[in-house]
Design a protein around this ligand. Sequence first.
Ligand code: PLP
Length: 313
Amino acid sequence: MSDNGRVTSPDVPHPEALEAAGLRPSLPSPLQEVEDERFARHGVRLLLKRDDLIHPDLVGNKWRKLAPNLRAATGRNLLTFGGAYSNHLRATAAAGRLLGTGTIGVVRGQELADRPLNPSLARCAADGMRLHFVDRSTYRRKAEPEVLAHILRETGAQDAYVVPEGGSNSLAVHGCAVLGEELRGRADVVAVACGTGGTLAGLAAGLAPGQRALGIPVLKGDFLATDVEALQRSAFGARRGTWTLDTRFHFGGYARVPGELEAFADDFGARHGLPVERLYVAKLLYGLAALTERGAFARGTTLAAVITGRPLP
Ligand SMILES: *Cc1c(COP(=O)(O)O)cnc(C)c1O
């Protein structure tokens, strides 16, 4: 464990001061139509929901998911979990810096403790996050009460506010329902890339009847429908809205970005002046172009793609 922590001031400005402290979002995020013949020739209108513009440091869905948790934490230290390249860890660290709140990041991979920090973890540390590396089997079992209690003891963070991996809990799902509400009446299908599925769970619940949410998982596996359903049950007591998953566009799994996907993302970025984040947004946009080409959307469909993030600088 590398301990680069700092002392949290006891009089952290909370919770009313979230905005004053630099967490003021730019909402609702813009909805932009793009001209792209790969969609137009199939009679599909493509809109980009620019959640990447919500906040300079807490980008996209990470702002929507973290803000309600930051309010609930009422100034306590925040402890959360992520892999070595987790956008969620970076957003949490940035929030800690902006609010003057201590943050602890539990990172998957004991072996990383002995290596120089990668740029993503270095950014977390520079923002004051205390990094605590755990082996992969401990990480897998982090939701088990004894394992979590052990981690809290080891980090001396017994009183911390714990946010799950990826930031997806009930409060986060409620935060993402606002994304759906912002899109009511604006599109027939709203598509989003999925990691833990918290964003999709909220989005689908916020849309109006008749609108459909489409999730594109970036991880390999069949767990996500169950997870999204569980997140909706815990947030709303029942399944909400109309949503489906298309599991064909993970490109081999998380953080796998083959050349074909790189080329697509570069080209899309150049055509539309959009910096295309590779791990999630590129797979979403590629999937939508492929589905449109296969005739998956009826002529006359308005399709909104949620741009949940932007590339690391
Ligand atoms: C975290 C993240 C997601 C995934 O959000 P989930 O709620 O975990 O499904 C999507 N896009 C970007 C850019 C992200 O950083």
